[in-house]
Write a protein that binds this ligand. Structure first.
Ligand SMILES: NC(=O)c1ccc[n+]([C@@H]2O[C@H](COP(=O)([O-])OP(=O)(O)OC[C@H]3O[C@@H](n4cnc5c(N)ncnc54)[C@H](OP(=O)(O)O)[C@@H]3O)[C@@H](O)[C@H]2O)c1
Length: 330
């Protein structure tokens, strides 16, 4: 018998930039195609921090509690759930609510725990894999033999993208912000890692591609990177914009787009519909789960915090010293 209450993280007074507090809150109740997961671990992502700042509101109907991914055990199922049962060990992409002892997930966003993977490692998978797979494979159509530039190689997204792009047979170039992260990105499979604070990535891309450019760019910076990215793209190159850490506004040079027949695409995962996420889950299960089973792909875990220390986990995210994923253990 489930309790009526649980512990979870609340943003004090629901005001932007306020502290995170562990409080007692109502237990979520399943309906329709939802399952209730007893959370073992939850991933911390930059969108959580943005939501805390009031910059990334939860979609209508989603939990106001932060947290976009968890691992744990299914403890209740809604009346329309057909693919899962109580007791299943799972990881799930959520619309919110992960920083808590229990979280609701739609059944089509739930995947089985890959064999041999810890709760912590499994919680690090959904948000980054769904984002990376959709941008590199579904929108970006990355092909074996192509070259991809990944900005923010040391991020949760970057450490996932390096490995997935390599497994797809691409040549990987990354940018990152410290000598240590350069070394670690190379260790993960990047062929070239550019220290963007003291190297010009446009110059280096020209040198290492014999001025041909890269076929795909995964960019989380935006702003002044836009025209520099266009300079780096090869003929028929594709730019995948997933964040704007460097600014929302940019003046765009149109000629390179015309002359090289470039494509610029942008997306956010959270607001996509059930069908889209269900298809992503299917493709990821089919393609990435075997790589996980054979240890060809592993999430990179930077650090683990207790649920009560969610604020410290956010501090760690913000000092940008981290490499890979930050996890809350519940
Ligand atoms: N659109 C979507 O669907 C979607 C989904 C999930 C995440 N995202 C976005 O993807 C990004 C990564 O998410 P995350 O959770 O993995 O965040 P994260 O681990 O906090 O990574 C952010 C990283 O960006 C790097 N960075 C900052 N300025 C940079 C620059 N000028 N050049 C290269 N790297 C730079 C920093 O590393 P350095 O030390 O290397 O600077 C930092 O570690 C975030 O912006 C997030 O909002 C988008």
């Amino acid at each position: 018998m489930l309790s009526d209450s649980m512990r979870g993280i609340d943003i004090l007074n629901h005001q932007p930039d306020k502290d995170l507090h562990l409080i007692t809150m109502p237990m979520p109740r399943v309906s329709g195609e939802q399952v209730l997961i007893q959370v073992k671990a939850a991933g911390v992502n930059r969108p959580d921090w943005m939501q805390r700042q009031g910059l990334y509101p939860a979609p209508i109907g989603a939990s106001a509690v932060l947290g976009l991914e968890v691992s744990g055990i299914v403890v209740a199922i809604g009346p329309d759930v057909t693919q899962l049962a109580v007791g299943d060990a799972v990881c799930a992409l959520l619309n919110g609510g992960g920083y808590a002892e229990y979280a609701l997930a739609e059944q089509h966003c739930v995947l089985p725990i890959p064999q041999g993977l810890s709760w912590i490692a499994a919680a690090a998978l959904p948000e980054c894999l769904f984002t990376v797979w959709s941008n590199l494979v579904c929108f970006g159509a990355l092909q074996a033999g192509e070259t991809v530039l990944i900005h923010g190689g040391g991020s949760g997204i970057g450490t996932t993208a390096i490995q997935i792009a390599r497994l797809l047979g691409a040549r990987v170039i990354v940018t990152t912000g410290s000598t240590e992260k350069v070394e670690r990105c190379l260790g993960l499979g990047a062929e070239i890692a550019i220290h963007y604070q003291n190297q010009d990535f446009v110059e280096i891309i020209q040198q290492v591609t014999d001025k041909k450019g890269v076929h795909l760019i995964l960019d989380m910076i935006g702003g002044s990177y836009l025209n520099r990215n266009l300079q780096c793209l090869a003929t028929e190159g594709r730019l995948m914009q997933i964040a704007i850490q460097g600014g929302n506004q940019a003046e765009i040079a149109l000629w390179p787009i015309m002359a090289k027949r470039l494509k610029i695409s942008g997306s956010t995962l959270r607001n996509r519909d059930h069908q889209f996420k269900a298809e992503l889950a299917r493709q990821i299960h089919h393609n990435v789960w075997p790589w996980l089973a054979q240890a060809q792909f592993s999430p990179v875990i930077d650090s683990v915090f207790s649920l009560a220390d969610a604020g410290k986990a956010h501090d760690r995210l913000n000092d940008t010293q981290h490499f890979g994923k930050i996890i809350l253990e519940i």
